[in-house]
Design a protein around this ligand. Structure first.
Ligand SMILES: [Zn+2]
Length: 355
C-alpha cells in the first residue's frame, strides 16, 4: 500500500511536470509568434529587384569565371576547412573542348573558358567550405544563399549546399527568395577518364581504331571486323610510379552485361588470345598491371573489345585512373559508376535571400 501511494505521488508529480512543460512551450510559442508578427515584413519591390540583380550577376559570375586565384580549388588547405580570404570561387572550366562525353584540353587558346560548363571538383570544394567561400568571400556576408545541381540523368544524385531554404521556418517568406536556374554541363569525374570506349556508337562501321598489335603479329589472331562484330583496340602506357598514385579501373554501364562484349587486356610483352566476357561494371586493373611492372619502370598495355554489331548501343565503357586518395570516397559514395565519368547536363540552381 505504501508503495502504491508513492507511485501515485510519483505519477502526480510527473503529470504536474508535464503540464508545466506544456504551459512553458505554449508561452514560448505565443511570445515567438508575437515577435514574428512584429518582425515580419515583405520585401519592397526595390529590395526584391536588387536581390534579383545579385542572384543573376553572381550566377553569371560563377558560371563564366574559373575563380581567383587560378586553380584555387587545388589549395590543399581547403581540405581542412582553411579558406584564404583571397579566394573568390568560380565554377567555370578553362581551356577545354567538348567531344564524346569528355572535355579535352585545348592548349592553343589559353584564355578560352568554356561557357556554361562547370567543374565538379570546384563545386565539391565550395560545398565543403560554403560559408567562407560563398557567404563571406563572394557575398561579403550580405545575404544568405544556397546552391544546388540537379543532374538530368537520374543515375546521378543532386548536390545541395548552403542555407536550406525549404527547411527554414523562421520569418523567411518564399516570395523573399530569388532563384536562378540554368542548365549547364558538369564534368563530374570525366577528368579521370583515360579512354572512352563508346566511340563505336558515334562512328559505327566506319570507325578506324588505328593499330592493333594483333593485326601485325602473325602469331596472333587478326582483329579485323567481321560480319557480326567490331573490334575496338587501344594502347596505353603505364608508369610504375603512377600505379602508386592511381587506381586503374575499367568501368562499364550496366547495359554492358547485355551487350555480349568480349575483352582482352595484355601487355605488349605478354600478349594472349583469351578473350573474356565483359559482364562486370567495375573491374580493378592494378593487380594485372602490376604483374608487368615488377621489373620495369613502364609498360605499354593493349586493351581490345569485341562488340556484336547489333549491341553497339549497349557498349559503354571507360578506362579511368583515379587518384588513390579518392577511390575510397568514390566507393563509399557509390560514385564508381559509368555515369559519373561522363560529362552530364545539370540544372544549376542558386537561391538568395536577405539575412
Ligand atoms: Zn585488337
Amino acid at each position: 500500500m505504501e508503495d502504491l501511494i508513492k507511485d501515485q505521488y510519483g505519477l502526480l508529480y510527473s503529470s504536474e511536470l508535464l503540464l508545466s512543460i506544456i504551459l512553458l512551450v505554449f508561452i514560448i510559442g505565443v511570445v515567438a509568434n508575437l515577435s514574428d508578427g512584429l518582425n515580419e515584413k515583405m520585401l519592397s519591390e526595390e529590395e526584391l529587384s536588387s536581390l534579383e540583380n545579385i542572384a543573376i550577376q553572381s550566377s553569371d559570375y560563377l558560371l563564366s569565371n574559373p575563380g581567383n586565384p587560378e586553380n584555387w580549388e587545388e589549395d590543399e588547405r581547403l581540405n581542412n576547412g582553411i579558406v584564404s580570404k583571397k579566394i573568390i570561387p568560380g565554377l567555370a572550366i578553362k581551356n577545354k573542348n567538348f567531344e564524346n562525353g569528355e572535355f579535352y584540353s585545348e592548349s592553343s587558346s589559353d584564355e578560352m573558358i568554356m561557357s556554361n560548363a562547370i567543374s565538379y571538383n570546384k563545386l565539391i570544394k565550395i560545398k565543403n567550405n560554403y560559408d567562407s567561400l560563398v557567404n563571406e568571400n563572394l557575398f561579403n556576408g550580405s545575404v544568405k544563399s544556397s546552391m544546388a545541381i540537379y543532374p538530368l540523368n537520374s543515375e546521378i544524385r543532386p548536390i545541395k549546399m548552403g542555407t536550406d531554404f525549404d527547411y527554414e521556418d523562421d520569418n523567411v517568406n518564399d516570395n523573399d527568395i530569388v532563384t536562378v536556374n540554368r542548365t549547364v554541363k558538369c564534368d563530374f569525374y570525366s577528368r579521370f577518364a583515360v579512354y572512352n570506349f563508346n566511340d563505336l556508337e558515334l562512328f559505327g562501321e566506319n570507325y578506324d581504331d588505328g593499330l592493333c598489335n594483333h593485326d601485325s603479329n602473325p602469331n596472333l589472331t587478326n582483329h579485323e571486323n567481321d560480319e557480326r562484330s567490331l573490334w575496338l583496340c587501344k594502347n596505353f602506357r603505364v608508369y610504375k610510379e603512377s600505379l602508386e598514385e592511381y587506381e586503374y579501373y575499367l568501368i562499364s554501364d550496366e547495359s554492358v552485361k547485355n551487350s555480349g562484349t568480349y575483352w582482352i587486356l595484355e601487355s605488349l610483352n605478354r600478349t594472349h588470345e583469351n578473350k573474356e566476357m565483359l559482364n562486370q561494371e567495375v573491374i580493378e586493373l592494378n593487380p594485372f598491371l602490376l604483374e608487368d611492372l615488377e621489373n620495369s619502370s613502364d609498360e605499354i598495355y593493349s586493351i581490345h573489345f569485341n562488340v556484336p554489331k547489333n549491341r553497339i548501343s549497349d557498349f559503354k565503357t571507360v578506362l579511368v585512373a583515379i587518384p588513390n586518395n579518392m577511390t575510397d570516397v568514390l566507393i563509399s559514395n557509390d560514385e564508381l559508376n559509368y555515369d559519373y565519368f561522363r560529362v552530364q547536363d545539370v540544372n544549376f540552381i542558386l537561391k538568395i535571400g536577405y539575412k
